[in-house]
Every structure is written in structure tokens, then in C-alpha cells.
Design a protein. Structure first.
Length: 144
């Protein structure tokens, strides 16, 4: 997902062009995203030869959150981490989640947090094993 400050940062870095932004509509909500390379799931900014993100210093907040994400489940927002090893010790994550919540851009995420509800599949309400581990609730009052 791309938020207004992400678009501003890309514009300042002279990386914002019409051919990199995609607009999708999910349940009547318009969400901007980065396009993918043709016939691929690869981000337009992934440098295949160097195996690096070509806009790493200016990457969107959603990319900076990786490997974490926000999931709407059971009427609350939760931090999650995608993992094939759900029984790991996830205590190391807390310092990273706090850093994300303390980031000045997080207030923009909170203002637009409904996007995460729209894009969530709500695996926690099913009997299937989710492809991620729920870490904790998102602290929405930490924003600046």
C-alpha cells in the first residue's frame, strides 16, 4: 500500500512516475499500490541483477514493516508476522514493533488503518491454520 507520504518521498527521490502506481478498488475502497513487473509478482523497484531494492532508502512504510503486517481479526487490529515456524520465540519482535509504532509515519497508518481491515482475510475467524503468527494488538495511541 502507498500512503500520501510514501508518494511524496518517491516524488522527492524522482522515482514517482505514472507507470509505477497501481490503483485497486476493494469493497469500494480505493488503495494505491506499487505495480509489479510485467508477468511477475516482482516489485517494479526490485533490481534482479543486484538482488536489492532500488529505492531501499525511500521505500514505502508498508515495505519497511516487512516481515510484519497488520491484520484485522476479532474486531481488533493485530501485528502479525508471516512464518512457517509458528512455534518460534517471537520476543525479539517487540523492539521492532515499537520502532514502527514510534515512527512519525505511523500516525498516517493509523489515520488509514481501515485499509488493513479491507485487505484482511480474517484467518483468525476460521478453523484453518493461518499463514502467520499473531504477535499482539496494534497500539493505536502511540502515534504522534
Amino acid at each position: 500500500m502507498l500512503f500520501p507520504s510514501d508518494l511524496d518521498r518517491l516524488a522527492r527521490a524522482q522515482k514517482l512516475t505514472d507507470d509505477i502506481v497501481n490503483e485497486v478498488v476493494i469493497e469500494d475502497t480505493s488503495i494505491k499500490t506499487l505495480k509489479r513487473k510485467n508477468n511477475s509478482n516482482t516489485c517494479v523497484f526490485w533490481d534482479e541483477d543486484k538482488k536489492i531494492c532500488s529505492i531501499y532508502e525511500n521505500r514505502p512504510f508498508d515495505c519497511r514493516m516487512f516481515p510484519f503486517d497488520i491484520e484485522w481479526a476479532n474486531d481488533e487490529y493485530h501485528w502479525i508476522i508471516y512464518s512457517c515456524n509458528p512455534n518460534s520465540d517471537w520476543t525479539w519482535c517487540e523492539q521492532h514493533l515499537k520502532k514502527l509504532e514510534d515512527d512519525p509515519q505511523f500516525s498516517e497508518i493509523i489515520k488509514n488503518i481501515e485499509f488493513f481491515r479491507v485487505t484482511s482475510k480474517n484467518y483468525l475467524d476460521t478453523s484453518k491454520e493461518p499463514p502467520y503468527v499473531v504477535l499482539r494488538k496494534v497500539k493505536v495511541n502511540n502515534n504522534r
